[in-house]
Ligand binder design. Structure first.
Ligand code: 6GU
Length: 273
């Protein structure tokens, strides 16, 4: 995706926006409800945006919602693009480039994930402290555009330390218990086998999903400050004696919806302007 492509998408969006967004939001499976809380929303379907792919999964809406929430100008992706849908890593992360071009300085990336850490329970919210890219690819492969970021970007503090601390404080004030941990990004679309989950636990993973890692890599490359939040929608394979279903993922995210909303809104209200 070259600069012209990014500019064509961002110009199209910018023409419809009332104000410059400072914060981007990527809302995962079942977590799109946050976008419904945005005041004076400008809604832009992905299919209308030049060079945007279309999203295909049930429970993902496929549109941008821009406006004000908790005193901040935000632009939210209600639904994202997944590698398992057949999109390239560049396509999956294109919206991050576009949101950066629109002026965001920070991004909150959310997802539904399976719990690997046996002390977790379905319904837990986990602040992501680090990730393991287990997708076998990287969105930055190819010629580097030095205008967008470094050839060999540092990933040692990809998830902003201050934001992690802030999230902890917000949870405490709300009386919500949260987990902190390491997110493993797998390609999907299969869920893992019990043996794979055991391996990922040995490698240090706490939660596993099929998204987030590509977007966070590009956000890091672009110099954005990142906060990642996983909703533990189910325990991963081999922990409980039950099969995994996408229905369970959606049902759990619906159950924690209020906590999730309060938590994210409090964080947004406390982020620097
Ligand atoms: Cl168990 N695995 C993966 N890869 N993604 C998930 C999940 C599990 N649960 C929700 N999303």
């Amino acid at each position: 995706m070259d600069q012209t492509t990014i500019n064509e998408a961002s110009s199209y969006i910018q023409d419809k926006l009332g104000a410059k967004p400072s914060l981007g939001l990527i809302l995962g499976s079942g977590l799109g409800v946050l976008a419904d809380e945005i005041q004076n929303p400008v809604i832009i379907p992905y299919k209308d945006i030049p060079h945007f792919p279309e999203s295909t999964v049930a429970g993902h809406k496929g549109r941008l919602v821009a406006g004000n929430i908790e005193g901040k100008q935000v632009i939210a992706m209600q639904g994202r693009f997944h590698f398992y849908e057949g999109y390239s890593m560049k396509q999956v992360t294109f919206p991050v480039r576009v949101m950066k071009q629109l002026g965001i300085e920070s991004i909150i990336v959310t997802n539904a994930a399976g719990g690997i850490n046996t002390s977790f329970s379905p319904g837990d919210l986990m602040v992501i402290t680090d990730h393991i890219n287990n997708m076998g690819s990287n969105p930055l492969i190819g010629k580097n555009n030095d205008e967008l970021g470094a050839r060999f970007p540092d990933m040692s503090e990809c998830y902003d330390r201050e934001y992690i601390q802030l999230a902890g404080k917000c949870a405490e004030e709300l009386g919500i218990t949260i987990q902190k941990g390491i997110y493993v990004g797998n390609t999907g679309p299969t869920y893992e086998t019990p043996a794979e989950i055991k391996m990922l636990r040995t490698l240090g993973g706490d939660a596993v999903g099929m998204s987030t890692v590509p977007e966070v890599i590009v956000a890091g490359h672009a110099g954005l400050r990142v906060l990642g939040i996983s909703c533990i929608s189910n325990m991963a394979a081999g922990i409980l004696d039950q099969p995994l279903t996408h229905t369970e993922v959606i049902e759990t995210t619906e159950k924690v919806r209020d906590d999730f909303l309060h938590f994210i809104k409090k964080i947004i209200s406390r982020l620097p302007q």
